[in-house]
Design a protein around this ligand. Sequence first.
Ligand code: ATP
Ligand code: MG
Length: 557
Amino acid sequence: MNDTNLDFIREIVTADIAAGKIQAPVTRFPPEPNGYLHIGHAKSICINFGIAQEFGGRCHLRFDDTNPTKEEQEYIDSIQEDVRWLGFDWGPHLYYASDYFEQLYEWAEHLVREGKAYVDDLSADETREYRGTLTEPGRESPYRNRSVEENLDLFRGMRAGEFPDGARVLRAKIDMASPNIMLRDPVMYRILHAAHPHAGDKWCLYPTYDFAHGQSDAIERITHSICTLEFDVHRPLYDWFIENLPVPWRPRQFEFARLNLSYTMLSKRRLLQLVDEGHVRGWNDPRMPTLSGIRRRGYPPEAIREFARMTGVVKRESIVDYALLEHCVRAHLNAAAQRRMAVLRPLRVVIENYPEGQVEEFEAINNPENPAAGTRQAPFSRVLFIEQEDFMEDPPKKFFRLAPGREVRLRYAYFITCREAVKDAAGQTVELRCTYDPATRGGNAPDGRSPKATLHWVSAAHAVPAEVRLYEYLFRRPDPHAADDFVAELNPSSEEVLTGCRLEPSLANLPVGSRVQFERVGYFCVDPDSQPGRPVFNRTVTLRDTWAKIQAKDAHK
Ligand code: ATP
Ligand code: MG
């Protein structure tokens, strides 16, 4: 690494290597398997795996699985799938905090023997009451001064299953008057007669996240324990455990500001609520900020990694504009996605002077940004579809597309002129009668005239019927996190399903997950709901780059 623009964590790693403290960093991504990963987690993954890669170290994937009541194998599997999809590899370094439960238990007994932990019988309500507040010190539990023998005996009884859930806890004996509430005798173990998705039913006693997390880092010899800012108040507690236990290694913790994104919500708990209450199609709904959702939506992993890089590693909280994420997606797809023609809201066009039964194939460019992507053939015939919105009976001044008497170019094909709009009983335009100019074959006129508009089209006889789902922001306000009732802020038009779409034939049977640009319309991705010959496409992102526009405006200020 010789980048001069290092973020503060990369600077620390660089300095630690230069000072000979470490040879290479060992980092980890430590999710609790209690939900699907979201784009905030992606940022943490990119930082941890990215630093390991750049400095020749390694990054572990470790499940901090201390709460069996909220954790499931489904989440363990999805997390691994998502990290791999993002493009990272933990090699042999897949770990579970639950694999350390025996060691953690021994360390807990060590603290009991040292007189630094005790079994407490206060109820949950009493514990809360004794804890005090930010302005008032806590009070010591009447059980705080139990003898070491009694504590050991009770703690072993807890492990042996002698007590019901919630009857007792093990607490660290630190300081009930500490200004840092985390240090007011935090709970280390609670009784939970519940099977664990990884450890099975070996345990009825589970360590808290706070007791397991730092020690797990120590066991794995993590050099830089990178986490989000809300953990800075936990750091003194993590340090206390490490100082008071015979751990093999002292990890150091560094905090950065979590990613917040406008118009969405990055909290597993709240995302779970949206899933459970049926507001979305599941964890992988294309509107969800989960990695499985944005994958289904069509966001490429390269774009997510670029987004993580652009948002940086900083200490100050902020809300990143969702438009920046879309900008990264667009930038990648512009270079990578092939162009196709697709009509979302079809309007029938009959070319009256085009011979019945004739079909011509026109060569269409797959990607103007990438000549290597080649060309394909698009069939043209007498009856076509264009977009309803590309025609106006009575066009305003700035509308240059099709109107009665007006000529436009059909991309790659011919110029056509609208002769008549046919209406149904309700006065809706249902068909356009047009003529074409055979001299404009391929989309150019020998006399050099050039219509102001070029439209996309599909041949009716060759078109593939499809469903297309248009997506907008999941929430209607940029800061749903600030709402009293965030569910009430869901955007009622976040999904629009169009069932009568018509696509060019090359779009019939693309593999699920394929990404294309529908010319003039946006980027789209094949959904798993697709059936053979009847694809379903999700709109990944529109073509309009609002973020680039904002940047340009700011630059002129
Ligand atoms: P949530 O707040 O969504 O419930 P969490 O923090 O409880 O998430 P964990 O499974 O504990 O989820 O997170 C694993 C790692 O991802 C942690 O190191 C955490 O700091 C990091 N992380 C979680 N959310 C974000 C975010 N929005 N931005 C950056 N990192 C995040
Ligand atoms: Mg957490």
